[in-house]
Design a protein around this ligand. Structure first.
Ligand SMILES: [Zn+2]
Length: 95
């Protein structure tokens, strides 16, 4: 995936983004333009998002259980929506 920097118009290949912890236990994942150092946000995760992800993971494992499969898929999808809405809120708040 190639990215064009909005600031210096340098085109670069997107490598693995960096993750750092910012205030209130929020994990910020971003990448940096190698030419001018401009930082671009990918996403933010707070404690709530990370807990939701763990919960989703548990339901995803349950999808292997034939008796629970349908319910587990519904639950995992529902939690995924919560995660997305939470991450969207964080991005709107933090930029
Ligand atoms: Zn740049």
């Amino acid at each position: 995936m190639k990215i064009k920097c909005d600031k210096c118009e340098h085109t670069f290949k997107l490598s693995v983004p960096s993750t750092t912890t910012i205030d209130n236990d929020i994990e910020w994942t971003y990448f940096t333009c190698p030419h001018c150092g401009e930082q671009y946000s990918c996403y933010y995760k707070d404690r709530k998002v990370r807990e939701l992800e763990k919960e989703k993971e548990r339901w995803v494992k349950q999808t292997k259980n034939p008796n629970l499969k349908k319910h587990a898929i519904e639950k995992a999808n529902q939690i995924q929506k919560e995660i997305e809405s939470e991450m969207k809120k964080l991005k709107e708040k933090l930029g």
